[in-house]
Write a protein that binds this ligand. Structure first.
Ligand code: V47
Ligand code: SF4
Length: 394
């Protein structure tokens, strides 16, 4: 393993006479561990170059986590891609009237997926899909109970706030009551999807018909109030401005101050194949890295920043580990289609534990397997993998 050098990157940067005064002041605040304001966040986007932002974000990342980089062993279940909503960026969903082009899994089919992992050391199932008008609260309560009955140790992370908002409205239960029902059935945490960009001007253009920002935040607040942890995402790199990104992160930072229930912030890069927004070019890698860095600097009350490798591709995901990111999600095992259908490089996303750990080691970091709530399971830093384990990918 190549060891990364310890370098005084931030101090050196601050001594550059050419450094913009605003950037210098913000950097000094960050070094003093003070919170930056929305205006300062915007300045970072507008004036900070990728090296400056990367050095600062890396400093914060190492202050918080050292070289540790987390991943887990998980698989996804996508119950359906039939959806009542019409998000223009979505390459994955099919309207109910076209449902013969999509898929709808029965409870038994989903249990068979869970059973196919019997004896394998996965710790999490991530359940997320379209919003199917006939798959309602009772259906998912039965699914969760049956998964738990079959494999009580498997952590169930499931359903975006968009799915839950529809489920609860259809079942005519309050958000609090709906969360109680699902949590008591065995749902333990929630993924961060459906957040997109909170600002109403953007939401009106890209996903006008699903739950709004306040509704999304209310569902996460209700989960946090029950002691459940959740994640938060931001779909970036389409029509949003830097102001919209800061507005989005600010709303999340405020809820986190209130509840401390978020685990991880996950920026999701807009991929433009096969959807109504295909005319919008995808963001450059430099913009991606800047975004991850600003996210690390702005979201000071979020412990973890995750790069979701099936969406970014494994090479860019590896790079983000020097730009504030300390989590790469999981092994996935080719069980999600959301990004491959939108044109991501990873057409069959799957990495075994050795490959994921090796990817992290190649970046000079310590690969640490975690469970969903970040209990550490195993440090792979000193584990040497055979070519067979790595499937000869180097
Ligand atoms: O909300 C849909 C995004 C999300 C596209 O919490 C797209 O651990 C890019 O939230 N280009 C669902 N993104 C997935 C999600 C998620 C994924 C991994 C881990 C976690 C977690 C959560 O996928 C949607 C939407 O923002 N999405 N279409 C697209 N064309
Ligand atoms: Fe439906 Fe989710 Fe796709 Fe929107 S992003 S159309 S809610 S599946």
């Amino acid at each position: 393993m190549t060891m990364r050098q310890d370098y005084p990157a931030v101090q050196t940067l601050l001594q550059q006479p050419s450094l913009d005064t605003d950037l210098k002041n913000i950097a000094e605040k960050i070094l003093r561990q003070e919170r930056i304001t929305p205006a300062e966040g915007l300045t970072l986007f507008e004036k900070g170059d990728v090296c400056f932002l990367g050095a600062l974000a890396n400093h914060v990342r190492e202050r918080m986590h050292g070289d540790k980089t987390y991943f887990n062993r998980n698989f996804h279940i996508e119950p359906t891609n039939v959806c009542v909503f019409t998000c223009h960026f979505c390459s994955y969903s099919r309207l109910y009237k076209n449902r013969e082009d999509g898929w709808e899994l029965s409870i038994d089919q989903m249990l068979d997926i869970v059973k196919s992992y019997d004896g394998q050391p996965v710790t999490e199932v991530h359940i997320v899909g379209g919003v199917h008008p006939k798959m309602q609260l009772d259906f998912f309560v039965e699914l969760i109970k049956k998964i738990k009955a079959h494999r009580p140790d498997l952590h169930i992370k499931g359903f975006t706030a968009v799915e839950l908002d529809y489920m609860f409205r259809k079942a005519k239960v309050s958000v609090e009551e709906g969360m109680r029902i699902l949590n008591e059935a065995g749902l333990q945490s929630m993924p961060g999807g459906g957040a997109e960009i909170f600002h109403p001007d953007v939401r009106a253009k890209i996903c006008h018909d699903k739950v709004d920002a306040d509704g999304w935040l209310a569902i996460h607040r209700a989960a946090h109030n029950r002691g459940m942890v959740t994640n938060a995402t931001m779909l970036y790199g389409h029509i949003e401005s830097y102001e919209h990104r800061i507005d989005h992160m600010e709303r999340l930072r405020q809820l986190q101050d209130e509840t401390h229930g978020f685990n991880t912030f996950i920026p999701l890069k807009f991929r433009n194949k096969g959807n109504d927004m295909s005319d919008i070019p995808e963001s450059s890698i430099v913009e991606d890295l800047k975004l991850y860095a600003v996210a690390r600097l702005y979201m000071d009350n979020f412990s973890h920043i995750k790069a979701y490798w099936p969406m970014l591709g494994r090479n860019t995901a590896q790079l983000t580990l020097s730009f504030g990111v300390n989590d790469l999600d999981g092994t996935i095992d080719d069980t999600t289609k959301i990004y491959s259908m939108a044109g991501a490089e990873e057409q069959n996303p799957s990495m075994n534990t050795a490959q994921l750990a090796q990817l992290i080691k190649q970046a000079g970091r310590r690969p640490v397997e975690r469970d969903t709530v970040y209990n550490e399971i195993k440090d792979y830093t000193d584990v040497v993998f055979s070519d067979e384990e790595l499937l000869l990918t180097k």
